[in-house]
Write a protein that binds this ligand. Structure first.
Ligand SMILES: [Zn+2]
Length: 227
């Protein structure tokens, strides 16, 4: 057992027994953690009503060495996720971010940049503004973080670099190999024909890159809502 203190974002809460909660949180230092918050639903508790869905908190917990749930002992609220009542799209987008993070990450696999991007994304979703581009940036960054970002500049068959920046026509068609997750050059296309390939455009590939870069910029400049 060890006592841990870290920043965390609440991804899921489930009522447990009469007065407790089982929580899934994404922490800055330890990745995804599941734990029991005893008495969290009592009027007086050591969590100061901070354990709302998507709240950003400062968490103290006892990490168990066994398979048993960790024990959350204290939490202080850093920021509640509370979009304006008329900002329903921002609210649902926040729920989507939580589900995506929960389903794509493993327990105790930390990524402090991903934690920070999640925090910034939620802060920006709580404000009014364009939701789609923020979610797209988050998704693109996730793909990159897990090594699943498509190869958009180099042919997945031969590695040859495609002259994406020398083509002005963004509508120009380019072939994409889904199974291998990337583009295919003309030479390889001649050998493969279009078996297992789907057409896309240079503009679509560049939009994907732009989304990932927008997320990186959010991290670089430490601001949400700028994409
Ligand atoms: Zn090739």
């Amino acid at each position: 057992m060890s006592i841990e203190k870290t920043d965390a974002i609440v991804l899921k809460t489930v009522d447990f027994m009469e007065s407790s909660l089982v929580l899934t949180v994404y922490t800055r230092d330890l990745g995804k953690v599941r734990g029991l918050a005893k008495g969290a639903r009592r009027l007086k508790n050591p969590f100061e009503t901070s354990l709302d869905l998507l709240a950003s908190i400062k968490l103290t917990f006892i990490k168990k060495n066994s398979d048993a749930l960790d024990l959350f002992t204290e939490a202080k609220l850093a920021r509640r996720f509370r979009p304006n009542r008329r900002n329903l799209r921002g609210l649902y987008a926040g729920y989507y971010v939580a589900e995506l993070l929960d389903s794509m990450t493993e327990d105790y696999d930390p990524d402090s940049e991903l934690w920070r991007l999640t925090d910034l994304t939620l802060a920006s979703l709580a404000k009014r503004g364009r939701v789609g581009s923020r979610i797209f940036a988050f998704e693109a960054f996730l793909l990159d973080a897990f090594g699943e970002f498509p190869s958009v500049r180099n042919c997945v068959e031969c590695g040859q670099e495609l002259p994406l920046d020398r083509v002005d026509n963004l509508e120009r068609k380019i072939w994409f190999e889904n199974d291998r997750g990337g583009v295919v050059c003309r030479d390889c296309l001649a050998k493969k024909r279009t078996l297992g390939l789907v057409p896309t455009t240079i503009g679509a590939l560049k939009a994907l890159e732009s989304a990932r870069d927008a997320a990186r910029n959010m991290l670089l400049y430490n601001v949400g809502g700028s994409v």
